[in-house]
Design a protein around this ligand. Structure first.
Ligand code: NAP
Length: 488
């Protein structure tokens, strides 16, 4: 590690954050955080056990009434200050994120800006929680409807966007007046630890945010979900884990928000602007090295433009510089661990065995770390594993179609429904196909849908609920209706 890398690592608190204090795990256990570009240890952090989890829940439960009573403007101002601190410290935070997760520094800065924007957005939403007052249809009573915080919230986040997946939940929880326990991924806890320190500096009261990093996610979280004092579970991660958590949440009928896996189709019609489509494809495929729930997983391209699209995409993908995310000029960092890299490699091999052709990539990258070269495959059969499963890596799989009906049927032929992308210059076709696609979000002539001011989320097995936009805070609010007797 260089001196500046050691300095950012040394500055991060490594304990569990419970009731406003950083403390070791009750058992004294620690876990190792690694740099995926070298496979070497960065530092040790406290490894929570079930007793630590329960202490975190106790702290959130104790903080809940006071925090719910804090004026919304004050809660908003905490978020606004945290937004400003994140932006002031973006260079150090980006280096920290790149070290633990691998993405190039420019992408880490992009994520921190995106993450901070959730705080700015929800700082503004905190003071815009409205109710209503109405006359009953028969005039005999009045309806008073108010919104109240849902209560203590359990938040679980993945490693791929270690800070933004947290602020997308913490921002609305603070704005609504909910205390919380958050569990980041054991692979990338450092960004969340840095975020907790910033929120404390911004004035968040002790006990409102508790952070427990653990190598035993199931053993620590299940008792908290089944405890009954927390009233909300918000999870971002894979669909299989999400299903398991939904079962656990059913026990005490928790409110749930689920941001799960995807299998995004990317449709290019023959009247599309091909340069624009390739530009969109690079963004939708290569953001975060393809390790994004929104990553384009299946490129479906109309026959007359398929050759030109594949040529241009292969040229762009082949020209990308792969390397350690901290190095100048690097555009593609390592995958997060050996398991992820080996899965990507196995999916490519399966597609080739079933008849796909490699246009670029698919060869090994020398050296330590978990790198995979940007790859373009053509003539990919829709039965190939990578057409059915999330690739979560820098591999573009192209399949040709002839008709709109065929393209829409193929796009919808998945249990996932997070996002789809659609490139066409025909406005009627654009609107018609957007309506027919079974996804919670559609990128129309764009490869990027994520925006803190817009409702992010999926349908089918990609999730329940929306994060961001004016719907984001609703996930942390309950509706209370008071019936008011009126007159005789
Ligand atoms: P994951 O394995 O499901 O893990 C997600 C989080 O859940 C991590 O914090 C993990 O902890 C924790 N976890 C795992 N098993 C658990 C259990 N039994 N009980 C409680 N918590 C548990 O997913 P991932 O590999 O980190 O993330 C990639 C997945 O997330 C992809 O499927 C991607 O599409 C999805 N994702 C979705 C969105 C969205 O907005 N829809 C956004 C980003 C990512 P540990 O890591 O410490 O084991």
């Amino acid at each position: 590690m260089t001196t500046s890398e050691s300095a950012v690592i040394d500055a991060v608190p490594t304990g569990l954050f419970i009731d406003g204090n950083w403390r070791p795990a009750a058992s004294g256990a620690t876990l190792t955080v690694e740099d995926p570009s070298t496979g070497k240890a960065l530092c040790e952090v406290a490894d929570a056990g079930p007793a630590d989890g329960m202490a975190a829940l106790d702290a959130a439960v104790a903080a809940q009434p006071g925090f719910a009573a804090m004026p919304p403007r004050e809660r908003g101002e905490i978020l606004r200050r945290a937004y400003e601190l994140l932006m002031e410290r973006i260079d150090d935070l980006a280096l920290l994120m790149t070290l633990e997760m691998g993405k190039p520094i420019a992408e880490s800065k992009g994520e921190i800006t995106y993450a901070a924007e959730f705080f700015r957005w929800f700082a503004e939403e905190a003071v815009r929680v409205h109710g209503s007052y109405a006359v009953a249809p028969n005039g005999a009573s009045r309806f008073l409807v108010q919104k109240q915080p849902v209560g203590v919230s359990l938040l679980i986040t993945p490693w791929n966007f270690p800070m933004a997946m947290g602020t997308r939940k913490i921002g609305p929880a603070i704005a609504a007046g909910c205390a919380m326990v958050i569990k980041p991924s054991e692979l990338t806890p450092l960004s969340m630890h840095a975020l907790a320190a910033i929120l404390t500096e911004a004035g968040l009261p002790a006990g409102v945010l508790n952070v427990i990093t653990t190598s035993s996610a199931g053993a620590v979280m299940e008792p908290l979900i089944r405890d009954g004092r927390a009233r909300k579970l918000s999870f971002t991660g894979s669909t299989p884990v999400g299903k398991k958590l939904l079962e656990q949440a059913a026990d005490k009928v928790l409110r749930t928000s689920m941001e799960l896996g995807g299998n995004a189709p990317f449709l290019v019609f023959d009247d599309a602007d091909i340069d624009k489509a390739v530009e969109g494809a690079m963004l939708a495929k290569m953001r975060n090295m393809g390790e994004a729930c929104t990553a384009a997983n299946r490129f479906l391209v109309q026959r007359s433009v398929a050759g030109a699209f594949a040529d241009k995409l292969a040229e762009r993908m082949g020209a990308l510089t792969v390397g350690r995310g901290t190095d100048d000029g690097v555009q593609v960092g390592p995958l997060v661990d050996a398991k992820s890299r080996d899965k990507v490699s196995a999916l490519v091999q399966d597609a080739v065995e079933r008849g796909a052709t490699v246009r670029v990539g698919a060869d090994p990258v020398d050296g330590p770390g978990f790198f995979y070269r940007p790859t373009v495959l053509v003539d990919v059969p829709l039965a190939a594993r990578l057409s059915r499963e999330e690739i979560f890596g820098p591999v573009a799989a192209i399949t040709v179609f002839d008709t709109e009906d065929e393209a829409v049927a193929a796009a919808n032929d998945t249990e996932f429904g997070l996002v789809s992308y659609l490139f066409t210059e025909d406005v009627t076709q654009a609107l018609r196909v957007s309506e027919r696609l079974e996804t919670g979000m559609v990128g129309l002539n764009t490869g990027l849908v994520s925006n803190p001011a817009a409702p992010f989320g999926g349908i089918k097995q990609s999730g329940i609920g929306r994060e961001g936009g004016d719907m984001g805070i609703e996930e942390y609010l309950e509706t209370k209706y008071v019936a008011i007797g009126f007159g005789g």
